[in-house]
Design a protein around this ligand. Structure first.
Ligand SMILES: Cc1cc2nc3c(=O)[nH]c(=O)nc-3n(C[C@H](O)[C@H](O)[C@H](O)COP(=O)(O)OP(=O)(O)OC[C@H]3O[C@@H](n4cnc5c(N)ncnc54)[C@H](O)[C@@H]3O)c2cc1C
Length: 394
């Protein structure tokens, strides 16, 4: 196994200081390594995440080559040639497990932000005191954006949050963590080949959740109550002014509607399973409150905004992959982790790879088992590697 950094590299080097998992501790399930700490309903910080992944790596006994960066992967007559900064490796099969969040996804118009405004991504952001003493515009209202907006507002800065499409969820529902419901009701186990719109499911942003000791809900109503100013999606920039979409109400109504539907699925499951007595009665959350007149533009040259934080999502980085298996958007073309048109190439850890839970720590085990079974079958029946000699080489 080849890793450019250290074990748990992304958790060590690509996260901000205060981050805690948004998945509860009991859900930190790796093969043969369940959570055994004192706080199953809590949310662990990065030190503990790294320590547990290190423990898993040691117990799994896999041969690891850390500090080894893969700089290219090319096809050969009988498989693939992997070039690293420490030499070459020839192999018949490869599992690409380089993650779904290697680089921040920042809109192209970011280059037009005036130079007087500092721009950060979640990879650069560490903690509020490192930012200028001025207002902050956080762009994106999914898990990262709502968490950073709350932290920056609590630090005393004026915060404006630009809100596009988002997934609203309460932290707890009917007395249980909302992710307990996702798990228990089977929503998280829904398979890629059962979903009506797989493409859409794979593009869904992360839910508005935060892991705090008080199990607080961090939706837009909570942020408004803290004094965060909400504006619509940042659509363009002109003459140093950020121009926001007028569709804030629509994206919020849609998020409210979808949350209501999901809670309805949980309610139906609870009554079908006859567990009504074990959970609190059904609840419904207040609709997202709209600001009276959401701003449609913001002058970035006035000094009001000192920093823009792009919490606009992440994307994988496949610049090293010299095999034609990416679509026009730069995503790997695969069917449940079996890369299309490239025998011997497999993937893990991508959104809804095989199940809705595929990109979560506890979600990879089931996918890995199935993908590796398929890989092993292909190796055994000779359909990868040498078979490429018969014309499939590009
Ligand atoms: C901000 C944030 C918060 C998250 N919170 C949660 C959470 O609360 N709960 C949860 O379950 N999940 C969470 N996730 C999702 C989390 O990233 C995944 O659960 C998990 O990290 C996926 O593991 P992975 O090994 O597939 O990918 P990664 O952890 O990204 O690991 C990929 C590894 O590949 C290495 N690599 C990449 N390119 C190369 C190369 N060319 N050569 C060699 N090595 C390479 C990287 O260094 C990295 O170590 C969060 C993600 C983010 C971004």
């Amino acid at each position: 196994m080849v890793e450019r950094g250290e074990v748990a590299n992304s958790w060590r080097h690509e996260r901000w200081d205060s981050l805690r998992l948004l998945t509860p501790n009991w859900q930190f399930r790796l093969p043969d390594l369940s959570y055994d700490g004192p706080d199953p309903d809590g949310y662990m910080g990065m030190t503990e995440v790294v320590e547990r992944i290190e423990r898993f790596a040691a117990s799994a006994g896999a041969r690891l080559r850390t500090g080894t960066n893969v700089t290219s992967v090319c096809r050969t007559d009988d498989g693939y040639r992997v070039t690293t900064d420490h030499g070459e490796i020839g192999c018949r099969t490869i599992v690409i497990a380089t993650g779904a969040c290697n680089q921040p996804a920042v809109p192209a118009f970011a280059h037009a932000v005036p130079q007087t405004v500092e721009q950060l991504t979640p990879f650069d952001y560490r903690e509020p005191s490192r930012l200028r003493d001025a207002g902050v515009l956080v762009v994106g209202a999914s898990a990262t954006g709502v968490q950073l907006a709350a932290e920056l507002k609590a630090s005393g800065r004026p915060v404006t949050l630009s809100v596009g499409e988002h997934v609203r969820l309460p932290r707890t529902y009917r007395g249980r963590d909302v992710l307990w419901w996702m798990d228990a009701s089977g929503v998280w186990d829904q398979r890629h080949d059962e979903l009506d719109d797989l493409t859409r499911a794979r593009r869904l942003p992360s839910p508005q959740l935060v892991g705090t000791p008080g199990r607080t809900t961090l939706d837009l109503n909570a942020l408004s109550a803290m004094g965060v100013k909400l504006v619509g999606r940042w659509a363009a920039i002109r003459d140093g002014r950020a121009l926001f979409s007028g569709g804030l109400r629509n994206v919020c109504s849609l998020a409210d509607l979808k949350m209501g539907r999901l809670l309805g699925v949980f309610d139906d499951w609870a009554s079908a399973r006859g567990i009504e007595a074990d959970v609190d009665p059904p609840e419904r959350l207040a609709p997202t409150q709209m600001p009276p007149a959401p701003g449609l533009q913001l002058d970035l040259t006035s000094g009001e905004i000192g920093t823009v934080i792009w919490a606009t999502g992440f994307r994988p980085d496949y610049r090293w992959l010299k095999v034609p298996v990416l679509d026009s958007k730069g995503h790997l073309r695969h069917n449940g982790g079996v890369v299309i048109d490239s025998p011997g190439l497999y993937a893990l850890g991508l959104p809804v790879l095989r199940r809705r839970k595929s990109t979560f720590i506890h979600g990879i085990e089931d996918d890995a088992r199935e993908v590796i079974e398929q890989l092993a079958r292909s190796l055994a029946n000779g359909s990868v590697g040498p078979a490429l000699r018969s014309g499939a080489t590009r």
